[in-house]
Ligand binder design. Structure first.
Ligand code: SAM
Length: 311
């Protein structure tokens, strides 16, 4: 896989970046699979979670915990999820381990025992929303919004399979939420981005990457955030993430939030063994950072999360 030279040179100097290790992990072709189980439906007494088909049954011993979440596991192989009735029943969700870091932002940035009004503003296909439902108290409300109509059905299906009643799905442009002034305790923005974190999974994404697209994405991310911030109550928590490695979409957006919107960064405690790299107030998941002897796989998707409280 040929990575764009302009991307590689733009990453030089970022905390935790190591070009040869970054290139090697992209050339290796190794795929990391992880799942997050649904505590409403997952019966650990079964000893088997993912059946796939008879040949591919995975005993619980084949699962290794993702350390920053309570219900996430790396799995040794990738079964045919589409043939698994547990998958269709919402017993688990296939999700990148780095995405599950949302749990740390929610646990450390809010009081999960209290009823919270939460907006997942860019929600399809529902990875973050299903995770939020597992974390929130039953008297909390989750609004899962997806602006692209064609992506709303899959979001609705995934949330309905997850089995919680305290959620609604909306299909609105983020700017319409500005009329719900100070309504939400938490807003999650898992922003549309230039997608360099997806290269290992989808080689075609490499051809679509350009410096110009990074700039356009950064502008769109700022527009989405500006539209949503009026709906966040004073003292509320904003969680921002992308799957782009580009600092224009990550650290620069954090800097802009701090200086143009008077947001305060909430630092998160992380275990050094996780290999999560603090950077510019957020957290990077580089694919080349090892996790110590218990975790032979690495989260490959870079994720940056900004819990921030308006001043
Ligand atoms: N949070 C989702 C999950 O965990 O499954 C993934 C979200 S994906 C990274 C970004 C989402 O933003 C996509 O569903 C995309 O359709 C949506 N999107 C695209 N353009 C948007 C815009 N202008 N405003 C808000 N959302 C947008």
């Amino acid at each position: 896989m040929e990575l764009p030279l302009a991307l590689l040179s733009s990453l030089k100097g970022l905390p935790g970046y190591d070009e040869s290790a970054f290139l090697a992990v992209h050339q290796s072709g190794e795929q990391v699979t992880s799942v997050r189980v649904n505590p409403l439906k997952w019966n650990s007494a079964n000893g088997i979670m993912i059946t796939g088909d008879d040949e591919q049954s995975l005993p619980e011993t084949a699962l290794r915990p993702v350390p920053w979440t309570s219900n996430g596991y790396y799995i040794d192989k990738r079964p045919s999820f589409t043939f698994d009735p547990f998958f269709h029943a919402g017993a688990y969700y296939v999700q990148e381990a780095s995405s599950m870091f949302l749990e740390q932002a929610m646990m450390q940035g809010t009081d999960l025992t209290k009823p919270l009004r939460v907006l997942d503003a860019c929600a399809a296909p529902g990875g973050k929303s299903t995770h939020l439902l597992s974390l929130l108290s039953p008297d909390s409300l989750l609004v899962s919004n997806e602006v692209i109509k064609a992506r709303v059905n899959i979001l609705r299906d995934n949330l309905s399979k997850w089995g919680h009643a305290n959620q609604v799905v909306t299909q609105s442009d983020p700017r319409f939420f500005s009329t719900l002034e100070n309504y939400f305790d938490v807003i999650v923005v898992d922003a549309p981005c230039s997608g360099s974190g997806l290269f290992r999974k989808d080689e075609d994404a490499v051809a679509e990457w350009s410096e110009q697209h990074v700039i356009l994405c950064a502008q769109r991310q700022q527009r989405i955030l500006s539209d949503l911030l009026p709906a966040l109550r004073p003292g509320g928590l904003l969680i921002y993430s992308t799957c782009s490695y580009s600092s224009e979409e990550d650290e620069s957006v954090l800097h802009w939030l701090e200086h143009e919107h008077e947001m305060r960064i909430v630092p998160l405690k992380t275990d050094p063994a996780w290999g999560v790299i603090p950077s510019g107030g957020g957290y990077r998941f580089w694919p080349h950072h090892t996790k110590g002897k218990d975790y032979s796989w690495l989260p490959w998707k870079k994720q940056q999360i900004l819990p921030a409280i308006p001043g």
